[in-house]
Design a protein around this ligand. Structure first.
Ligand code: NAD
Ligand code: ZN
Ligand code: ZN
Length: 389
């Protein structure tokens, strides 16, 4: 089959690789119908997240058609149209039973690598480094889905391929970020980053009852989409001082919760950004923390900081600000298996628009170009969608 492979930093190529096979009775094989890019991919494409290997098939956000199932699979069958969360979960360990799916204890065969870094291993993920299990990704003709009964979600009639595609990752991530904020009536939620994850967080915060949502980014088209789809107020950080503006918009008190949907490759206008950039380039720190530090400063006293952006080890992390302001920090990799049924319901009720993320379409053969555009945020791209056919 054909697949998009990582061959080194900034070197992606479509190659011919062996078809996946059923290796475990609980596996399914999917014919990929659509897959898409994620900001998380950029972190290893740009060389900031280690343990990729030459020839790794990438891609962790996808939907498709079941073409084969192992003998122990009971809930899905050939011909089903399904969406699959990016984290691979067994459904039966202590973490899965507690709805903490991305922390599944059993699906990372390279648990030793992750335990060394994190103390304990997390779940495996498709197409995302060997520390996360080294599973083949989904920018391919076919993909193997272990634990098919837990991880394949049948797509209801009336939900399009592209609406469902983003339930794989961007939508549950954004929803989880808003869920973490425990939103009460009248609250104001600010979201740093108006990419796919930020857009889903903004829309979800609205659906969960936020009175006002504020989007912070620098790309006018992304801010415009936030205004259109989430009735967000917007701040372009290149044009206005973010902290002053947020105080102005909230009567001096600050947002009740701040969501970071930016992560380790934050951009910024100031000296701190230049410092982070140099240290990151020299591999002396992994993170450019501009957005996260700003969110910590901006959140009101006693508020919530919800971190969706992916981070490693950050310099100048202001723990004292969090402590003295009594901030509650919530963060996780997304627990898609928990949220997908709810998200289907929201699509049905018109509370969520996911297909607006599908701004650009490419054949699988042309997917490396899709990533290049996504990386440079060219031509108003939000997410690149790839179709193998
Ligand atoms: N927790 C999870 O499970 C999970 C899932 C998916 C993605 N992520 C992470 O979420 C983050 C966002 O992902 P995405 O796919 O939306 O990425 P993206 O690259 O499409 O969007 C990131 C956005 O952040 C903006 N940004 C950069 N610096 C900023 C700053 N200082 N202030 C405000 N905005 C700034 C960029 O302009 C861009 O629009 C990434 O770190 C990704 O790894 C986490
Ligand atoms: Zn993702
Ligand atoms: Zn599990």
């Amino acid at each position: 089959m054909r697949a998009l492979c990582w061959n080194g930093v900034n070197d992606l190529r479509v190659e011919t690789v062996p078809d996946p096979e059923i290796v475990n009775p609980r596996d399914a094989i999917l014919k990929v119908v659509a897959s898409t890019t994620c900001g998380s991919d950029l972190h290893f494409i740009n060389g900031y997240i280690p343990t990729m290997r030459e020839g790794d098939v990438i891609g962790h956000e996808f939907m498709g058609e079941v073409v084969d199932v192992g003998p122990a699979v009971t809930k899905v069958k050939r011909g089903d149209r399904v969406v699959v969360p990016s984290f691979i979960c067994c459904g039966s360990c202590w973490y899965c039973k507690h709805d903490l799916y991305s922390l599944c204890d059993t699906t990372n065969p390279n648990a030793v690598m992750q335990s060394a870094a994190l103390g304990y291993p997390t779940a495996g993920i498709y197409g995302y480094t060997h520390a996360f299990g080294g599973y083949a990704g989904a920018h391919a003709t076919y993909v193997r889905v272990p634990h098919a009964d837990t991880d394949c979600f049948k797509i209801p009639e009336g939900v399009s391929d592209e609406q469902a595609l983003f339930l794989s990752d961007a939508a549950p991530t954004g929803f989880m970020g808003a869920d973490f904020c425990n939103i009460r009536r009248g609250e104001v939620i600010a979201v740093w980053g108006a990419g796919g994850v930020g857009q889903m967080a903004l829309q979800s915060a609205r659906a969960l009852g936020a009175e006002r949502v504020i989007a912070i980014d620098r790309f006018p088209e992304r801010l415009a989409l936030a205004r259109e789809k989430a009735q967000a107020e917007t701040i372009n950080y290149e044009e206005e001082p973010v902290l002053d503006r947020l105080k102005e918009l909230t009567g001096g008190r600050g947002p009740d919760a701040c969501i970071d949907a930016v992560g380790m490759e934050a951009h910024g206008p100031g000296v701190q950004y230049a410092y982070d950039r140099v240290k990151q380039a020299l591999r002396l720190e992994t993170d450019r923390g501009e957005a996260l530090r700003q969110a910590i400063m901006a959140v009101r006293k006693g508020g919530v900081l919800s971190v969706l952006g992916v981070y490693g080890v950050m310099d100048k992390f202001p723990l004292g600000v969090l402590m003295n302001k009594g901030i509650t920090v919530r963060t996780a990799q997304q627990h898609g298996q928990k949220y997908i049924p709810k998200l289907f319901d929201m699509l049905h009720k018109g509370q969520l628009d996911t297909s607006c993320l599908a701004t650009h379409h490419f054949s699988l053969e042309d997917s490396a170009r899709g990533y290049s555009m996504f990386k440079k945020k060219q031509d108003g791209i939000m997410r690149a969608v790839f179709r193998p056919d």
